[in-house]
Structure formats: C-alpha cells, structure tokens
Design a protein around this ligand. Structure first.
Ligand SMILES: *Cc1c(COP(=O)(O)O)cnc(C)c1O
Length: 457
C-alpha cells in the first residue's frame, strides 16, 4: 500500500512519494515525513549493499517504485563505487568500527543517496514525460555530489551556485570540470548564505518556477534521507546490532537517517551527533533544550559549518508527538528572535534517542594526528570530529563512526596536522589538470535568472 507524506508544519496537503521526491520542501515551508512509520519486513542477513538499500527504501517508495525496480537502480548505482562492499566497515578497536562512506564518485557520503536519487529522478521523469530544472546552493560537497549524479541525464537540467573562492579547490573542480551540457556552475561573488538566498528567491518567484519547473535536492529532500538509511541498516546487520553510531553533523540530515532506520526496525542503540565549533545542536542538548542561532565560524571541517540544522525540525516534530502547531510556534519564534526552548517531554524524547558533543579545532588536529600514529590511516577532518567524540564518550557495545569524506578532499587539514598529502583515488588523479567551466556572477537575482533562462531555454 502506498504511504502518504505529511508536512512538519501541518498545512500542506498529504503527498505521494512521487510528489515529495520532485518538490523537496513542502508548500507550507515544512519538511515532509511519512504519515506513519512502515515496518521493515525483510531479513537483511546476507544481502549486498545494493539489496540492503533497496530493502529499506522500498516501504517509502511503495506506489511509485517497486522493490524490484529499486534493486535494479541500486545495483546500477553502487556498481560504479570503488569498493566491492560499497560501504566497508574498518575495525579500529575491539568494539569500534569506521564505516567508510567515501567510495562514491565525489568521495563524500552524499554520493550514497545522491547517485541513487539521479536514477529515481530519471525513471520518474521519463514515466511522466516531464523535464525539470534542479537548482541548489552548495558550500562544497552537496554541489559536487549533485553534479556527478545528474550530469548527462536526459530530463534534467541542473544549476549549482557556489560562493566564489569559498569552497575547497577539490570541491570546486569536482563541479566545474564536468563537461555535460545539462550542468551549469555559477560562482557567486558572495557567501554561501547569498547563494542560498538566491535559490530561495528563485523558488519563490512563481513565474520563473513555472517556466523552468524547479526542483530541489538539498538535504531537506525526503528521498535523500530515505536513501541514506541503507548504510545504517547495512552496518547494523553486519555487526549484529544494536549498534551506536557517531555521526559528524551539520544540517542533521545524516543522523536523522539513522533515526529513520531505527524507526523502521533496524537494531540501533544510540545516535551521537558530533559537531565542530558550529555547535548549535551540542548546545541544545547541553543547555536543556534551548535552541539558539549563532553566527557561523569557519573551521577545517567546512561541510559542518552550519548554525541552523534544517533537518532538526523533523526530529522536533517526532519528539513533540507530531504536534505541527507546536513546531510552527517554535519555528516562528526562531524566525523572530533566533531562539526557542522546547518543553520537558519533547526534550526527554530527544535525549532518549540522541546525544551530542562538540570538538574544537585543536582537538580535531590532534585527532587527525593520533589516528595516523595509531596506524588507523588518514581520515578527513569531518571524520576526525566524529572519532574524537567516539573516544570521549566511552559508549557501550559496538560503536560505528561514520567516515563522511575522503582525506584527499581536504588537503589543507592534513597539512595543518603535519600529515602527508593524501592522494586522490585513480579516477580523480588528473582532477587538477582538467579544464574548468563556470560563470561568475554578482549576487543579483535578475542576473542569475537571466543566465539560467539563456542557458536552459
Ligand atoms: C554534508 C557533510 C556533513 C554533514 O552532514 P549533515 O547531513 O548536513 O548533518 C558532514 N561531513 C561531510 C564530509 C559532509 O559532506
């Protein structure tokens, strides 16, 4: 039976998976969640990564894609990853494993969902005989993963805005060296926030939106969250859970996928949020449920330099007993004063599922070095934040820390920690020699819209 989707703000009509996939954000400004949690009714023992991903995703796509269609798409997707296990577990200590989510084409965990999303979009748009334009803002990894996933697709154009000179060179080149004619890279003379504001303004411009049929694939898109549950299920199954996961976090999308896996029956114990200096989530738990926005501090783990964790709204909705009116009140308050406080029962529900801890820059550098000296190999700075939290917390039972990116994506961090330069994998070895293509524009809505119209019409 097809599952329907509701918004965390309670004012959007119920939607199908199909609508949720193409829309991203709900029309009332909320985030979509399934109207109830389906139960995983398949034994995952012995399944490959692709079959595990298809099994956990199937209940969410019922009525749109069958289990067999998903399996075919998942096999095609993950066959292109550069490790036979797709998401291998590397043992670091008797009860501690690293889950390597670094084997996709752009070397970050976002590939695991985004690559599959490209196939879902393609299949659905072909069936509907439609075309969409995907637009997104990126501080680095999302844009690279999206370009790699949607390049060359027949029914999709994609435009990614990144802040000029504010993404790492590897991240920029992963986007700008793509030669597919349906990909447009725009370097905005401004900040990530400017990029995000422009994207929002384009979505809110009804005429422009209708003309280009805009679609969003940032981490609030439900299909990305659902597709990320695959590796939680795969790791928990292989270690015969219940397993605790430590998740380097920014927008709360990845760790929320762990919550979803648990909700459908995967054996998960604790979900631990690891943050860098941008610690809005760690402060929320430390300060007894007070959520206070702050300015962003640049760190060596830039993909977590976020002070408004968009997907946290989903966890709040769940913890508040799915009370959309309450969620609206909190979000309004946050919009006005950058601050709200949850009630005791909501806080208790959150504390029952999640823990959070922050790691500063000195500790991150020390952890990068220590991991190397222990013979555990080189990790990227986001993963180092996770490993430092895992070491500090002394959790019981099997613990899995998520490796969210490959160290070669962040050579500056390796340099800062006095470590050797990590080499890019063979498929990207010539990245620094490839020709780049991007357009530089001011943070001006008219200029960006004119450029998109001219390129895609
Ligand atoms: C996106 C990203 C994160 C943060 O993930 P969220 O889902 O936003 O919490 C962490 N590490 C890396 C390397 C990333 O690219």
């Amino acid at each position: 039976m097809a599952l329907s989707y509701i918004s965390t703000r309670g004012e959007a009509p119920e939607a199908s998976f199909e609508e949720v996939l193409l829309a991203g954000l709900a029309p009332d400004g909320g985030l979509y969640l399934p109207s109830s949690w389906p139960a995983l009714d398949e034994d995952l023992r012995g399944l490959s990564y692709a079959d595990t991903a298809a099994a956990v995703l199937a209940p969410f796509t019922a009525g749109c894609f069958t289990r067999a269609e998903l399996a075919a798409m998942a096999h095609a997707t993950y066959a292109a990853f550069d490790h036979p296990a797709t998401a291998p577990l590397r043992q670091l200590a008797p009860d501690h494993w690293l889950l390597e989510l670094t084997h996709g084409p752009t070397l970050a965990f976002k590939d695991y969902a985004m690559q599959l999303l490209g196939r879902l979009f393609e299949a659905l748009l072909e069936r509907r005989g439609e075309r969409v334009t995907i637009i997104g803002a990126t501080s680095g990894d999302t844009g690279a993963a999206a370009v790699a996933a949607f390049a060359g697709l027949a029914a999709v154009d994609i435009a990614i805005l990144h802040p000029l000179d504010r993404v790492s060179e590897v991240q920029r080149r992963q986007m700008t060296t793509c030669t597919a004619p349906n990909v447009l890279n725009i370097a905005i003379e401004g900040t990530f926030d400017d990029c995000q504001d422009l994207v929002k303004a384009m979505f809110n411009d009804r005429d422009f939106n209708n003309e280009l049929r805009l679609s969003g694939i940032n981490s609030i898109n439900w299909a990305r969250i659902a597709a990320q549950t695959g590796y939680y299920a795969y790791a928990a199954r292989r270690l015969a859970g219940p397993v605790s996961f430590v998740v380097p976090s920014g927008n709360f999308g990845n760790v929320f996928a762990g919550y979803v896996a648990k909700a459908i029956g995967v054996a998960i114990d604790r979900l631990v949020i690891a943050t860098n200096l941008n610690d809005i989530l760690a402060r929320f738990f430390r300060d007894g449920g007070v959520y206070i926005g702050d300015t962003v501090t640049p760190t060596m783990s830039p993909s977590m330099d976020i002070q408004v964790a968009s997907n946290f709204e989903r966890a709040l909705f769940e913890a508040a007993g799915r009370d959309a009116t309450q969620v609206c009140r909190w979000m309004d308050r946050f919009g006005q004063s950058r601050r709200f406080e949850v009630d005791a029962s909501t806080l208790a529900a959150l504390v029952g599922q999640f823990a959070a801890q922050r790691v500063d820059e000195t500790a991150t550098r020390a952890r990068l070095r220590r991991t190397f000296e222990l013979g555990q190999g080189q990790v990227d700075p986001h993963t180092a934040v996770g490993l430092d939290v895992a070491a500090a917390l002394d959790l019981e039972g099997p613990v899995v820390t998520l490796a969210t990116a490959h160290p070669a994506k962040f050579p500056d961090a390796a340099r800062a920690a006095g470590l050797p330069m990590p080499a890019l994998p063979p498929a990207l070895a010539d990245l620094y020699e490839r020709e780049e293509r991007y357009t530089r524009l001011p943070p001006d809505l008219d200029a960006v819209q004119a450029h998109l119209r001219q390129s895609f019409r």
